[in-house]
Design a protein around this ligand. Structure first.
Ligand SMILES: Nc1ncnc2c1ncn2[C@@H]1O[C@H](COP(=O)(O)OP(=O)(O)OP(=O)(O)O)[C@@H](O)[C@H]1O
Ligand SMILES: [Mg+2]
Length: 241
């Protein structure tokens, strides 16, 4: 590996229980070692930002925590998720079927470019409802009611109209809010975000970061995110402590 691995920067250091623990994480693609010896712990209600230059392995280490690395990746080290009831899951041992229950249900995620994460052929509300159906068995009016509540929670204007909109009818910031609504639909104790604001303009970036931080403060949701190496972004999580 010719680049330093990304480094974690945490907002809080209290005695809260751990939600995610990585120890000595290593990631290889063939002979190429792209992450070496990454250890970190994300605790309940904590925001932990992973910082590093382009290509240092931020995205792949987040993807390893979501079971989304391609099949040719070789991952070593410990990856543990602990639920609110204290049950610890060895993420490295999950089958693809078990991952489906964890991802979106117990670990929410938001990626950099919401247009590629949202299905362009499915209405916004239906996409959120699908996650509620999959993880909570919620359908019909109950699901629609919860979707409207989530759209309000992420401060989208006119939720009753937006629920039936197509992704291309929304602005970039609105699409990212939809992704966040989807990520928090099942109230996961952990949200993993890969540069969630990079594709947005500066004002919207601040609004989205404030929204995510509100979820951390109000719901105790831990947040593990990559950020760019800009001083502004690195300073944000520290300012929130
Ligand atoms: N699917 C893959 N197959 C092979 N190599 C990969 C794959 N995905 C990532 N890599 C390599 O892993 C290394 C780390 O990539 P990663 O995307 O994690 O960087 P990053 O820190 O997120 O960079 P950026 O800030 O540009 O998003 C890079 O050298 C990249 O080429
Ligand atoms: Mg990346």
């Amino acid at each position: 590996m010719n680049r330093p691995s990304p480094s974690p920067q945490a907002t809080t250091t209290g005695a809260e229980p751990s939600v995610l623990r990585l120890e000595n994480l290593g990631i290889h693609f063939g002979k190429s070692e792209v992450v070496k010896g990454l250890s970190l712990e994300v605790k309940r209600g904590e925001c932990l930002a992973i910082v590093g230059e382009s290509g240092s392995g931020k995205s792949v280490s987040l993807l390893a925590s979501l079971g989304l690395l391609p099949g040719h990746a070789h991952v070593t080290g410990t990856r543990e998720f602990t639920a609110a009831d204290g049950t610890t899951t060895d993420l490295a041992a999950l089958t693809p079927r078990q991952w489906q229950r964890v991802r979106g249900g117990r670990i929410g995620f938001v990626f950099q470019e919401p247009m590629t994460s949202l299905n362009p052929l499915t209405r916004v509300g239906e996409q959120i409802a699908e996650s509620l159906r999959l993880h909570q068995g919620l359908r019909g009016n109950a699901a629609r009611h919860r979707v409207l509540e989530l759209l309000q929670q992420v401060q989208l204007p006119r939720p009753a109209e937006l629920i039936d909109a197509w992704p291309h009818q929304l602005s970039g910031g609105q699409r990212q809010r939809v992704m966040i609504a989807m990520a928090m639909a099942n109230e996961p104790p952990l949200l993993i975000a890969d540069e969630p604001t990079t594709a947005l303009d500066v004002t919207v970036q601040q609004e989205i970061l404030a929204l995510l931080d509100g979820l951390r403060r109000n719901q105790g949701m831990a947040w593990y995110s990559s950020v760019t190496t800009s001083i502004w972004c690195v300073a944000m999580p520290i300012a929130w402590s």
